[in-house]
Design a protein around this ligand. Structure first.
Ligand SMILES: NC(=O)C1=CN([C@@H]2O[C@H](COP(=O)(O)OP(=O)(O)OC[C@H]3O[C@@H](n4cnc5c(N)ncnc54)[C@H](OP(=O)(O)O)[C@@H]3O)[C@@H](O)[C@H]2O)[C@@H](O)CC1
Ligand SMILES: Nc1ncnc2c1ncn2[C@@H]1O[C@H](COP(=O)(O)OP(=O)(O)O)[C@@H](O)[C@H]1O
Ligand SMILES: [K+]
Length: 487
């Protein structure tokens, strides 16, 4: 597990470190990290460094200072460095003097900057970092667009310019980095907009002791593998936690098959299905015990309710029935919509071990969703008194006590119909096995995204579209992989 800190928290942690270190030392350390990664990128992409062309886009703040000092170091290694100053009068004075001394080329107009970008082997984006406010200004936007048009690789300094460091929301013009070098701590943008950052290298600048507890956690494979429920010698089919699935309908039997099958693949105990798609579930998964109603289902240790359920009175009654059991409940899809429609159902859910899993549209039915997805999820979880998993390329899981984790999917192959049904089955199985909702949501999101990459072949190559039933089929491999990763 690793932490993510807000730009504000990182800024506050920097202050005491700046106060006890020689002036400029922190920036030099940061810039050294940038230069090292830039040299590695040049070697990897062009086979060498001497004579290679690097263009540094330099903003007026300390982010620009990082870029200038990195340019100085690259010059010393024989790289042809051009710095494009976006605010020539305000460029970091010491960094600029250092680069001039190394006979770096300095350009102060956008036209020449665009020509330099066109001929670059690598661009360093040092336009703006944690001090970003609003969308990129016109000159910066022109240069960023030029880099995108020529398809030159961009190494982002701290954060990709034009992407909000706190929310990860990209402005109209923004950098899409091939890689990012960040300092002191990872920031939300690195996990909320991971595809715009590329692989992120973290440079230690000594902030560790000054940082507060991380407001956002990111799970790794070992965290998930260590918690995945597996049977022990004394277990039987009941003792591992039986999961009940109340999903699907005559119109949407597929949701029931996808959720139930995913649950069966996620734990080795037992899955019960209750609903009007019992025939379809039995046909696809003979090991699942299927009945027509929740009342007939027999004992379970957690319920999944909602996928393909319908939002009519019968759906509302089913949701009420499972909430009344007091067992852990995973409420997805139509169950989220029903929670939005009925205050009485929200009351039943509040304070109970409930995990709700809305996509953005469903989220808006239960709470306000702003650009700040982490803050929105945290507030909604606290207000509703449930754990909330907000779906998307970066999944956000928020507990009512304020804990938040983000899982960056890595690819977008999950953007396919029915994949959410698979997630609900996985998370429900984990709830039944006794994981608390926050961990169940986080572990399920991790394995789900891994299964999509395996199903798409994105783990071994560029990948190809993967239907939800193949995501479901890849769950076993994904679970084996996380179990192999446990410490
Ligand atoms: N502190 C430290 O010890 C360390 C800090 N470090 C580095 O400092 C960075 C933070 O530096 P920072 O605070 O100077 O802010 P920064 O990101 O350069 O941005 C401010 C400048 O950008 C401009 N600007 C703003 N918005 C803009 C936009 N949309 N489009 C275009 N321009 C925009 C804004 O202009 P203004 O509004 O003033 O006109 C101002 O000039 C941090 O990310 C890390 O890289 C490392 O060296 C490690 C040690
Ligand atoms: N662009 C994307 N990148 C990665 N994952 C995505 C993307 N879009 C959606 N997902 C994931 O795919 C799943 C879709 O769930 P959902 O919207 O409920 O679909 P359905 O209702 O069709 O099953 C969620 O797990 C979500 O996080
Ligand atoms: K930047």
């Amino acid at each position: 597990m690793y932490g993510v800190w807000t730009p504000e928290q990182v800024g506050a942690a920097e202050e005491p470190v700046l106060a006890r270190t020689p002036e400029g030392a922190l920036m030099r350390r940061a810039a050294h990290g940038v230069a090292q990664v830039a040299l590695a990128e040049l070697r990897r992409r062009t086979g060498g460094v001497a004579g290679r062309r690097v263009v540094v886009l330099v903003g007026a703040g300390n982010n620009g200072g990082d870029g200038l000092w990195a340019g100085d170091e690259l010059r010393r290694r024989g790289v042809a460095v051009t710095a494009v100053l976006l605010s020539p009068d305000r460029a970091h004075p010491a960094g600029l003097a250092a680069l001039r001394k190394q006979r770096g080329r300095i350009v102060t107009d956008v036209e020449h900057g665009v020509v330099a970008v066109d001929h670059a082997d690598l661009v360093l984006d040092a336009i703006v970092g944690t001090g970003a406010r609003g969308g990129l200004r016109p000159e910066a936007a022109t240069l960023v667009d030029a880099a995108r048009t020529t398809d030159v690789p961009i190494l982002a300094v701290d954060t990709p310019s034009g992407v909000d460091p706190l929310t990860g929301v990209p402005g109209e013009h923004h950098v899409r980095a091939a890689a990012t070098v960040t300092f002191g701590a990872r920031k939300p943008v690195h996990v909320l907009a991971a595809p715009l950052c590329g692989p992120v290298t973290l440079i230690d600048i000594g902030l560790g002791p000054e940082l507060p507890p991380a407001p956002v956690d990111v799970l790794d494979a070992a965290d998930v593998g260590a918690r995945w429920p597996v049977p022990g010698p004394g277990d039987d089919k009941y003792s591992q936690g039986v999961v009940g699935i109340a999903a699907g309908s005559r119109t949407y039997p597929g949701a029931a098959v996808l959720a139930s099958g995913a649950a069966a693949l996620s734990t080795s105990g037992m899955v019960r299905y209750a609903g009007s798609a019992a025939d379809e579930v039995r046909a696809a998964w003979p090991e699942i015990v299927a009945t027509d109603t929740v009342g007939e289902a027999g004992r379970v240790q957690a319920w999944v309710v909602g996928p393909g359920l319908g939002t009519d009175d019968a759906g509302a009654q089913t949701l009420a029935d499972v909430l009344d059991t007091g067992l852990p409940v995973l409420a997805d899809a139509d169950a989220v919509t029903l929670l939005g429609q009925h205050a009485g159902l929200r009351e039943k859910a509040a304070g109970a071990p409930v995990l709700i899993t809305p996509h953005a549209g469903e989220f808006a039915r239960v709470a306000e969703l702003t650009d700040d997805r982490v803050d929105s999820a945290r507030r909604a979880a606290a207000d509703l008194g449930v754990t909330l998993l907000l779906k998307g390329n970066a999944t956000v899981v928020a507990a009512p006590d304020g804990r938040v984790l983000v899982h960056p999917a890595g690819s977008a192959w999950l953007a396919t119909a029915g994949s959410g049904d698979v997630l609900s089955g996985v998370a429900g199985a984990l709830l039944a096995a006794g994981l608390e909702p926050w961990w169940a949501g986080g572990c399920a999101a991790f394995v789900h995204a891994r299964a999509a990459d395996i199903g798409a072949g994105a783990d071994i190559g560029p990948g190809s579209p993967v239907p939800a039933s193949h995501v479901q089929a890849a769950l076993s491999t994904a679970i084996r992989q996380v179990r192999e990763a446990r410490g």
